[in-house]
Design a protein around this ligand. Structure first.
Ligand code: A3P
Length: 297
């Protein structure tokens, strides 16, 4: 199996080219503040969804004010620099007033160490790894610059051998799962968000120290529905991501807000791949109490 050429290796991790060596180095000294709010996820786990929710909650449900800025400007993604960015986001964040809201996919080995040792608020969103894998496959093939198209069977092999950006789903998730009881950590799943979004908005609100009334919480949940976010140009990144291609119009038909479903993996994994993944999953998680079984197996 060949290495996927549009990713690079850095500090032992496979990373997107948009994560430069400069950014990795800057993370070693990036100063974390106790009143930061970090949204930490493995890619394609519902990051954008949680970003929009956090943004709406922190603005006390003032949806008009948040719609004036793109989501990436409200909650910058610290890991990458894209062609439309004027400078790396970490530089902007260093100068930003508190409280800062920051998105990252960095595994604990690459994240600024203050996230692990200080007490900023961390919201970790996890998702069934099979759905993550399928979502990654469509996303990387459609949106990552210079990407040669990779067939599903090949991508599956890359995912299960961690040769995908930001490394192993298992290591990433287990680190934060093991810290989920700490009072400054909130561990939530994509599936919980699908099941009861109002409850998750309410939990996020309490976690951020807000006292929002029922009507506001319901309004935020409605604003964060798949249909509303897909129509919201400040939250749906399709436009920006299309611009991120070197060749202009790629004829890409995949949307950033693709399906937003639980269990879409059933349309993609073969029976044999499902078995391989289930065995890997059981093997990796047998010593732990992280239990996604009802979504995964
Ligand atoms: P699919 O590709 O399965 O549709 P991330 O923001 O971490 O990159 O995750 C993107 C995934 O979350 C995509 O999954 C996207 O459709 C889904 N998503 C984003 N907003 C959503 C919402 N409001 N409701 C449900 N799914 C959402």
């Amino acid at each position: 199996m060949e290495t996927i050429t549009w990713f690079h290796k850095e500090s032992g991790f496979t990373l997107d080219y948009a994560t430069s060596t400069e950014i990795i180095d800057a993370m070693k000294t990036f100063e974390v503040r106790d009143d930061d709010v970090w949204i930490v996820t493995y890619p394609k786990s519902g990051t954008t969804w949680m970003q929009e929710m956090v943004s709406a909650v922190s603005a006390d449900g003032d949806l008009e004010s948040i719609s004036k800025k793109s989501l990436d400007d409200r909650i910058p993604f610290i890991d990458c620099i894209f062609p439309f960015d004027i400078r790396p986001r970490f530089q902007e964040l260093e100068e930003a007033a508190s409280p800062r809201f920051i998105k990252t996919h960095f595994p604990h080995q690459l994240i600024p160490q203050g996230v692990l040792t200080k007490n900023p608020k961390v919201i970790y969103v996890a998702r069934n790894p099979k759905d993550v894998m399928v979502s990654c496959f469509h996303f990387y093939n459609a949106f990552v610059r210079n990407a040669p198209k990779v067939k599903w069977d090949e991508f599956f092999q890359h995912f299960i051998t961690n040769n995908v950006p930001w490394g192993s789903w298992f290591d990433h998730n287990l680190y934060w799962w093991n810290r989920r009881h700490e009072s400054h950590v909130m561990f939530v799943t994509f599936e919980e968000m699908k099941q009861d979004l109002v409850k998750v908005v309410s939990d996020v609100s309490k976690f951020l120290g807000k006292d929002l009334d029922k009507e506001t919480i319901e309004r935020i949940a409605d604003h964060c529905s798949f249909g509303k976010m897909k129509k919201n140009p400040q939250a749906n990144k399709s436009q920006n991501l299309m611009k991120d291609t070197v060749n202009g119009d790629t004829g890409n038909t995949v949307q950033f807000m693709r399906k937003g479903k639980v269990g879409d993996w059933k349309n993609q994994l073969t029976v044999a791949q499902n078995e391989i993944f289930n065995n890997l999953y059981k093997d990796k998680l047998q010593e732990t109490d992280l239990n996604f079984d009802k979504f995964v197996l």
